[in-house]
Design a protein around this ligand. Structure first.
Ligand code: HEM
Length: 447
């Protein structure tokens, strides 16, 4: 069987102008093919940069020497206007107290408690697809609606003053305008260098912040919901070491962080998973057998998760082939050595998760789609598989996202057969995240 779509990586050196124009279309297209065959690739574009694909070196960057490798200006430049100095962006003590305060909101118990919200969104999606009468649908759009329903319900449940469509549009506008990462961003030019799209996205930001502030103030007055949502949990969140609580501005920035970080990433995972299931009908049939045996005619719930190992493996394999956060970046604060190579203060250290997951040194037949890699108790080597990052800054929403993706994919596969309805398959293109350009057009027939 052929392999699913992939990004064509660079096989010969590009000139600066060629790199600039390639990166504007797709950041991943500047990755050299050798990044999938070597532990580390270094170079210089004005400043020194390194791409690291070696698990031991990644452990050093992401865990053992975390304070020496803060997030690069690229991350901060793009996201700070939207989400302030929140958990995703902050460093050192300011990061630490926010992480300590927010952690209980993502405990196993609290994540489990949000299960019914996801099941409701799965049911609504089944109804929407059924109403589509088997005409081809762009599943990326469908999945974005589904995961936005989930994240808005868990962050700001039942808020009458909260207009879901307005916030959704504001976020989409912001990502579209600000998300085109330039090479200047990638290689770490300072944040004040003007970028395209900057001013266009301002209005979207103002709208988003205003809605969030109004919602927070209203909730302070109305008190918590019957089943506390993320806003309730954060309103009560206290740093266990200092007793400090979040101000309205800090609460707003973190809520918007969860909305921005949490919905598109999960929608992408589901869209790529559906693409892969349409690409390989034998995997889809096996998954449907599992889902149908567990669910019958209903949508999946939190309690079904343990009985859906194959669907879980499909999600894990999807996150390997198309990691939504396909490239993250750090800046060295101190001199170091990685893979025996000198790292100087100020060097950019990129973690190309996309190339790591397709490394011939770490994976057997890395470009092929084989969910079985994740079955039978086999786990990938630590720091060789990083869809959610690792170390102290690992994604705080990891279990939430896995729970959501498995519940929704199982519900969809138990009810519909998905077949390709495209002339050209989607192209993996990284803007802020790894998106299926052209959409994931599928025909869904009831089973
Ligand atoms: C499939 C879905 C998701 C993927 C692939 C994903 C991926 C990631 C990755 C790779 C990081 C680490 C970034 C780095 O080290 O530079 C991260 C961090 C983070 N994610 Fe996620 N994420 C997902 C879903 C979510 C959800 C559902 C939420 C919240 C509701 C969330 C909130 C965050 C936050 C707040 C951080 C920063 C944590 C910190 O720095 O302490 N993510 N995510």
């Amino acid at each position: 069987m052929s392999n699913p779509v992939r990004v064509p990586l660079v096989t010969r050196p590009l000139s600066l102008m060629q790199s600039l124009s390639a990166a504007r279309r797709n950041v991943l297209s500047i990755l050299p093919e050798i990044a999938t065959r070597q532990p580390m690739v270094s170079g210089r574009v004005g400043i020194r940069w390194h791409m690291v694909m070696d698990p031991a070196a990644l452990r050093q960057v992401m865990r053992d020497r975390l304070p020496d490798y803060p997030k690069s200006p690229v991350t901060k430049t793009l996201l700070k206007p939207a989400i302030g100095n929140s958990l995703f962006i902050a460093e050192d003590a300011h990061w630490q107290w926010q992480r300590r305060a927010a952690a209980p909101a993502f405990s196993v118990r609290n994540v489990r408690a949000q299960g019914p919200v996801i099941t409701r969104a799965a049911e609504a999606t089944l109804a929407r697809i059924k109403a589509g009468q088997a005409a081809p649908m762009n599943m990326f759009d469908e999945m974005v609606s589904t995961t936005f329903q989930v994240i808005s319900d868990v962050t700001l449940s039942g808020e009458s003053g909260f207009d879901r469509d307005v916030v959704h549009k504001a976020i989409d506008d912001y990502i579209a305008a600000a998300g085109r990462i330039t090479l200047a961003d990638m290689f770490g030019l300072p944040g004040w260098v003007p970028r395209g799209g900057w001013f266009r996205s301002r209005r979207a930001l103002r709208t988003m912040r205003k809605i969030a502030d109004t919602t927070i103030e209203a909730r302070r007055i109305s008190g918590p919901q019957a089943v506390p949502d993320l806003l309730d949990l954060l309103l009560n969140a206290t740093d266990p070491e200092t007793g400090r609580q979040m101000s309205t501005a800090e609460l707003r920035d973190n809520l918007l962080t969860f909305i921005v970080a949490g919905h598109e990433t999960t929608a992408l995972t589901l869209s790529w998973a559906l693409y892969l299931c349409a690409f390989d009908q034998s995997v889809q049939s096996k998954a449907r057998e599992e889902a149908a045996a567990v669910l019958g005619n209903r949508a999946a719930t939190q309690d079904d998760l343990g009985a859906l190992p194959y669907i879980t493996a499909i999600i894990e394999e999807t996150l390997r082939l198309y990691p939504p956060a396909a490239l993250v970046s750090r800046t060295a604060r101190k001199p170091d050595r990685l893979c025996g190579r000198e790292i100087r203060k100020g060097d950019t250290v990129m973690i190309p998760i996309y190339a790591l997951h397709r490394s011939h040194m770490l994976w057997d037949d890395p470009d092929s789609f084989q969910p079985d890699r994740f079955l039978g108790g086999t786990k990938p080597e630590r720091f060789a598989y990083l869809p959610f990052g690792d170390g102290p800054r690992v994604c705080i929403g990891q279990s939430f996202a896995m729970q959501e993706a498995v519940i929704i994919l199982a519900s969809l596969l138990a009810h519909f057969r998905f077949e390709c309805a495209w002339d050209n398959p989607p192209k993996p293109v990284m803007l802020l995240t790894l998106r299926p350009e052209g959409g994931v057009w599928l025909k869904a027939s009831p089973v």
